[in-house]
Design a protein around this ligand. Structure first.
Ligand code: SAM
Length: 308
């Protein structure tokens, strides 16, 4: 689906090692045996940009991520079909990495299908604890179930349920300390879309999406034991990103704050409000990834989790 002249043609193939099934060193050895040369850990985004041929690197930001030249196709690779590696864009690995729940935690993945971030969360949790995953889309949930089985994820409960109807007062969720909210969005950051999908979303569509995103974020902040929440989209639109975060923070008074997550990440939130630079953005040009947005929120005062 990738056109040769599109920004997607510049984005490397990112491979997340599924630590529920294997380890980074074993995967590196596997690819070396398949004829790839391992160049070590990248020191800059420029090194990733320069990758070509049968060479690969470890990512400079995320420890379980290997980086191959753009257009490398591993969909038929044994490590992929057996769930030992997950083919996931680097930006889409940020939410679970920044949520970083300790093993044993109770976590909600509010809009979870097809489950790449759920499987990443399970790896971080070492399959210990509980992930409550919700989605409304039957087909995507079926795909997700297969993917989670293949990835060896055991610590999850998957429900076909509108997250807005999940009751924060239900005792089942009274140990939920971490929430990942990756709601439906315009997808305007996805760079491998076909031309007919590239039209900018209308103002009405953006408004409708932002309305849902605000409701979902506001709802997520109602869970009583919450210590950290990550909000993410693959949208470039401020209306779905900084504006949603600002509106919900304002609505909550001083109960929650934005965490200055991943200070070494080069691309920050648009200056839509004071503190918006605490948010992360990603793009093909700056970070060699799809376009993405991430915000990390914590309750003010006690109860905040250790920063990442
Ligand atoms: N987090 C997923 C992953 O990493 O694989 C991708 C999630 S996708 C951006 C957004 C998802 O939200 C879609 O699967 C959609 O069906 C789901 N969704 C939309 N409205 C929802 C709602 N009210 N409650 C729960 N899920 C919803």
């Amino acid at each position: 689906l990738t056109r040769p002249d599109s920004p997607a043609s510049q984005v490397p193939r990112y491979v997340r090692v599924n630590t529920l099934k294997t380890c980074v060193d074993d995967v590196i050895d596997f690819f070396k045996r398949q004829g790839y040369s391992y160049l070590g850990k990248a020191a800059s985004v420029e090194e990733l940009r320069a990758l070509s041929g049968k060479k690969f690197l470890s990512d400079l930001h995320l420890p379980e991520l290997l980086v191959f030249p753009p257009q490398t196709d591993f969909h038929d690779n044994l490590l992929y079909t057996s769930g030992h590696i997950i083919l996931q864009d680097k930006a889409s690995c940020l939410p679970a990495f920044l949520l970083s729940p300790a093993a044993g935690s109770h976590v909600i993945d509010a809009c979870a299908a097809p489950g790449n971030k759920t499987s990443h969360l399970a790896a971080i949790l070492k399959n210990k604890g509980q992930i409550f995953a919700f989605d409304v889309d039957t087909k995507r949930l079926a795909t997700m179930n297969t993917m989670l089985m293949r990835a060896g994820v055991t610590s999850f409960q998957l429900a076909q349920q509108d997250f807005l109807t999940v009751d924060p007062g239900d005792p089942k969720y009274n140990k939920v300390t971490h929430i990942l909210l990756d709601p439906s969005c315009s997808g305007s950051g996805m760079v491998n879309r076909l031309p007919r999908e590239e039209a900018a979303p209308s103002a009405e569509r953006l408004q409708a999406l932002a309305g849902f995103q605000r409701k979902a974020l506001s709802h997520a902040l109602c869970f009583p034991a919450l210590r950290r929440l990550v909000y993410s989209t693959c949208s470039l639109h401020r209306e779905e990103n900084e504006d949603v975060v600002q509106a919900v923070l304002q609505e909550r008074g001083s109960a929650f704050r934005l965490v200055n997550a991943f200070p070494s990440w080069p691309c920050r939130g648009l200056a839509a409000f004071p503190g918006a630079e605490c948010c992360l953005r990603a793009s093909p040009a700056d970070t060699l990834t799809h376009g993405f947005f991430v915000a990390v929120l914590e309750p003010c005062g006690e109860g905040a989790a250790a920063p990442r």
